[in-house]
Ligand binder design. Structure first.
Ligand SMILES: Cc1cc2nc3c(=O)[nH]c(=O)nc-3n(C[C@H](O)[C@H](O)[C@H](O)COP(=O)(O)OP(=O)(O)OC[C@H]3O[C@@H](n4cnc5c(N)ncnc54)[C@H](O)[C@@H]3O)c2cc1C
Length: 411
């Protein structure tokens, strides 16, 4: 059977490894950390995944935490007014529920499953020189190492990467003890609070190493009042800062957060990165080729919560391209075609996410405002998180937005 090496055991690498393994491929998975190190380490994401991405996991029968993880049935948006009241406030209902399973739980569990099923798991932080050798001994080498150093092998695609600097400073805290949402306490939802010119707060339920928890996630405009987490090493100081900023900018969310405690010492994360699309094929010094997967080739800012969703969609798309290719060589043409097929979906995520990072034009403000009075607008916006291609139909161009709002108001 064909031999495939996957470097990087995150959402895309593990999903692809388990998928290929189930189809009889001889898969080697290389990870720079053991399952135990991942499980007891620091949180990596907020990893909220919507229906389509979750379906890809269900298709492979690897949705092991579905019954334990909170079912996220809505997505709400609030916009802060200058006096810190809520100028806009609505919750859209998702057609299929979303879920967030802490990547520490999921990646550690999937890695153990892969090994138990006979997969070859190698704990090693791969360097470019290793890949040179492996590209000669495997039929295909896939690099799914996220935003780590291996991305240097893949050139930046400037035509698809409008930003060369990070657009948000990120600060995440996993907590126990958050109170229910005041507006719709009968079901779980992701809450996005937009603070114009300052940044965004996301609050969402998750399933972590200690069970159900909630995540408080600030996205701050660099250099602004939320960009204060760099250099904060103490997790309790990180949480105190998070809450202080919530009290100042989003008091409606702070009101239910006064009793929270961190889930664990690894429950905080801070950082930033520039959203970047890369050329999908890496050329090794010895002439071998490797194919980049998910964040390696398309890394978007988490403002739209799409990276894990995209990683799942990329893994599913690559799995189909690999199996459909049969015994033919995984050459450069196949690699480019495989990426192009994924880009058909990914381009919509990149376009929408980059748009959300900029200052919203008037027609977008109108759309967001309309969600408060027209429930179908709120619902459509929420379901766009599952399928961002739909934003093409009503979001980017003022004429389409107006026509859509007119059609909904008329109805
Ligand atoms: C703060 C934050 C919040 C986010 N929130 C969301 C959200 O709500 N929803 C969503 O969909 N996405 C979200 N994302 C994005 C999402 O987490 C990522 O896009 C997703 O995990 C990417 O998957 P991946 O498989 O490409 O890489 P990763 O999940 O990053 O996995 C890469 C793996 O490779 C390993 N690795 C790195 N270098 C090497 C090496 N040299 N050798 C071997 N192994 C290596 C890493 O340790 C890691 O385990 C968020 C991201 C951040 C930072």
């Amino acid at each position: 059977m064909r031999k495939i090496l996957i470097v990087g055991a995150g959402q895309s690498g593990l999903q692809l490894a388990l998928g290929l393994q189930s189809k009889g491929y001889e898969v080697t998975l290389m990870s720079n950390r053991t399952a135990d190190e991942i499980r007891s380490g620091r949180v990596m994401s907020t990893q909220c995944m919507f229906h389509t991405a979750l379906e890809h996991e269900r298709d492979l029968g690897i949705n092991f935490w579905e019954s334990q993880a909170p079912k996220i049935e809505g997505l709400g948006v609030s916009v802060a007014a200058p006096d810190a009241s809520r100028a806009v406030d609505w919750v859209g209902k998702l057609d299929g529920y979303a879920q967030s399973v802490d990547q520490r739980v999921k990646m550690a569990g999937w890695m153990e499953t892969f090994a138990q099923r006979g997969g070859q798991l190698v704990i090693h932080g791969a360097a470019v020189s290793d890949l040179d050798y492996f590209s000669r001994t495997y039929d295909l080498v896939l690099v799914s190492a996220g935003k780590g150093e291996l991305v240097s092998m893949f050139g930046r695609d400037a035509s698809r990467s409008p930003y060369s600097e990070p657009q948000r400073a990120l600060a995440v805290a996993y907590v126990h003890g958050l109170g229910p949402r005041p507006e719709h306490p009968d079901y779980d939802a992701v809450r996005c609070s937009l603070v114009p010119g300052v940044g965004e707060l996301f609050v969402m339920p998750t399933f972590t190493t200690s069970g159900r928890a909630d995540i408080l996630f600030w996205e701050g405009v660099p250099g602004g009042p939320l960009d204060v987490f760099q250099g904060v090493k103490d997790p309790s100081e990180h949480l105190a800062l998070t809450l202080e900023l919530m009290e100042k900018f989003t008091p409606w969310e702070y009101a239910r957060a006064t009793k929270v405690e961190l889930t664990d010492a690894g429950g905080t994360l801070a950082g930033r990165y520039a959203p970047t699309v890369r050329n999908p094929i890496g050329r090794l010094p010895g002439g071998g080729l490797v194919l980049g997967v998910a964040d390696v080739v398309v890394a978007n800012d988490p403002i739209t919560g799409q990276g894990s969703n995209s990683a799942s969609k990329c893994a599913a798309s690559y799995l189909a391209s690999i199996t459909e290719h049969g015994d033919r060589p995984f050459d450069e043409q196949w690699m480019q075609g495989t990426f192009d097929r994924y880009w058909d979906t990914a381009q919509h995520v990149t376009k929408w996410t980059n748009a959300m990072l900029g200052v919203p034009p008037e027609h977008v403000l109108n759309l967001i405002g309309a969600g408060g009075v027209l429930q179908p607008v709120a619902d459509r916006f929420a379901n766009g998180f599952n399928d961002p291609a739909d934003f093409e139909n009503f979001f980017y161009e003022p004429e389409k937005a107006e026509a859509y709002l007119a059609s909904v108001s008329g109805a």
